[in-house]
Structures are given as structure tokens and as C-alpha cells.
Write a protein that binds this ligand. Sequence first.
Ligand code: FAD
Length: 366
Amino acid sequence: MTDVLISGAGVAGSTLAYWLARAGLKPTVVERSRGTRSSGNPVDVRGPAVPVAEAMGVMPALREAATTATTMSLLSTSGRPVARLATPAARGRRDEVEIPRADLAAILVEAARPHAEFLFDDTITALHPDADGVDVHFDRAAPRRFDLVVGADGLHSTVRRLTFGPEQDHVHHLGLYVATLPLPRPADNPHEIALYNIPGRLASIHPARGSAIAAFIFRGPPHPDLDYRDTPRHRRIVLDAYADTGWRVPHLLDALRETDDFYFDAVSAVRLPTWTRDRITLVGDAASCVSLLGDGSTLAMSGAHTLAEALTTHADMSDALRAYEQRHRKLVAPKQRNVGIAAAWLVPKTRLGITARNLSAKAMRG
Ligand SMILES: Cc1cc2nc3c(=O)[nH]c(=O)nc-3n(C[C@H](O)[C@H](O)[C@H](O)COP(=O)(O)OP(=O)(O)OC[C@H]3O[C@@H](n4cnc5c(N)ncnc54)[C@H](O)[C@@H]3O)c2cc1C
């Protein structure tokens, strides 16, 4: 086996391309965007992803782009700080990094780029697997044949839909939405993440290096007809959810009105009984999204590395894919079990819930 097609140049896809090339295989990455996209909240690279990043030689670049936050301030409904928690960076944790998602994706693409073929601005339209390979049709490129196809194309994976059926069979809405956008000005305090809650809604300002990122995370019913690429509708949903909200929210909404470069999605978990069919497999959010509530980027990097390692240490591809899935599911399962707890902490439903959360945060601090 030599030719591997990876759909998606995100966190999982770029990591996988790097490791497959290092093992002497020929990865091709097809990415729907024209280049790497700039939106996304800070994400964590920690635990099993750290040795992967170290071995790729990207850890210095990740540290350089890492956020500088040392405290997380929980604000009262009138915007006053009521509890402050230390971030891992403040506790001297050098073995984990918090970094804007866009910077992480860009650094990983740059690491993989010299070793893999990248097809930007394209997508798979049809997959025809047989016993020896997969015939792939693209929207723009000419059809090609690959030994293996990997769906690393995120929550709304095209490879998953073409192989395992409609999205609604596997994607479970967790009752929350998330929108994030870069702000035109740096945060007032480059070391403080500010979290403002009112019942069912969170607005936050997260400092990054020389800039800041706003996030809106809020409860809402499923919109069954929601097109996840309908930017004007996403903007309207956020504006409606935060109308008449205090603190700095009106300014954050002004920034949202003025940009198309924002990320919006329903916070969702992806659950499938198996990640592999024939010569097609899934990795990262496409296989097992835990959304913003459980180390998605860390799992994407470590899953990609586990898959590359299995493919290079097993002579038989089916054995390799089985070994990858068995090993990586052990990391994913506990994270998927905890998403409800994280949601309740981050976005309490009631005023009483916000007060109780803030009191418990104060107590944690001691
Ligand atoms: C622009 C963006 C912003 C994000 N912001 C946040 C955030 O603020 N908070 C949060 O919790 N999570 C966010 N995420 C999701 C987060 O990055 C993932 O949960 C995590 O990094 C897992 O990585 P992944 O590689 O599996 O998926 P992703 O990092 O989502 O990467 C998937 C890649 O596949 C590409 N893709 C999608 N469909 C196709 C297709 N049909 N053909 C080719 N390529 C395709 C996407 O453009 C993307 O580059 C964001 C994702 C994106 C793409």
C-alpha cells in the first residue's frame, strides 16, 4: 500500500499526512477551503498529542503561537469578576499548549506540506471501493485511484456521509451552539480569559498573542434545516440569542456584524459503531467528535498518529485499521462520556446554576 487520500487539511488530516510520508507512503490531502482558515477559538495540545508534536518538531512553533492567558475570570451577571481560576500555563505546565485553532492548523499544514500533495479548493464527490483500492471522483480534479481513503474532514465529514450514510444517523446535537471570531483589537488584559454568563448563554473574550478571540456558546433547540455553510443565517442566530445582553456583548456583536470570518456550529458528538468500511476509514472529528467540550484537537492529533503507526506496523490493512480503532477508542470513550458535565459547567441553564458554578469555582481555588 502506498497511495493514501486524506480528505481535510485540518488538525487530524495534516498530522496524518506528515506521519504517513515519514513512513515512506504517498499521502494526498484534499481540502475544501482555498487555504487554511483563520477562525477558531484557542484549543489545547496536551497529553498524548504532546509527544506527537515533539516528534514532528513543531513544539517550538506551537509554544511561540500559544496564548498568554494565566487566569480565567468568571464574571457575575453584572460583569463583575466573582472567581478567578489559574490556567495550566500559570501553574507552570510547560508540557501543554493552548493555541488558537487556526494557528495550530496552519503549523501542522506547514509541517506536512513538503512531504505530501495538497489539493486545495476541492472535495471528494464519489467513492467506489473494491477489493484492491478506491476509485475517487473529485469536484475539480480528475478521478484517481487510491489504496486507502481517510476521512479527516471534520464534524460534517463528506467521506463519512458517502460511506456510512446521512449525517443525522451519527451526529448528535448536544443542545448548544458555538460561534467564535477574531476581534479587531487585542484584549485589554493579555493574561485574562473573561467568561460572562447569563442563563443558557456564555460570551467570552480570550486573549491570543497580539489579538483576541470572542466566543458565544449558548443553548438552543436543534435547527433541523440548518445549513452549516449559511453564514448570514448563523450570524442572525447569534444576534437573536444575544439581543439585550449586557457586559461587552454589544461590542462583540458589532464585530460579528462586520466579518464573514467566523466559526459557527452546533456542538455535537459523533458516534459510529465502526470507523472503517472496506478501504475507507475516519479519524478526528469525522470519527468521534467530542466538540468543544473534550480535547478534540488533542484527540485528532493522537488519533492520526495512532492510525499512521498502525498502517506502517501491520502488513495487512484490515489488521492495521482494526488495531487503530481498538487503541484510539480507549482515549475517545471517556471524553465522550464527560461532555454533558462540561456543558453544564460552561453554560449553566439558570441564574441559580451560574451562582452555584461560580461558588464552586471559588472553592476550587481555595
Ligand atoms: C475553521 C474552523 C474553526 C473551528 N473553530 C473551533 C472552535 O472555535 N472551537 C471548537 O471547539 N472547535 C473548532 N473547530 C473544530 C476543531 O478544529 C476540531 O474539533 C478539532 O480540531 C478536530 O480536528 P479535525 O482535524 O478532526 O477537524 P477540523 O479541524 O475541523 O478539520 C477538518 C478539515 O476538513 C475540511 N473539510 C471539511 N469538509 C471537507 C470536504 N468535503 N472536503 C475537503 N475538506 C473538507 C475543513 O475545511 C477542515 O480544514 C473548528 C474547525 C474549523 C474547520
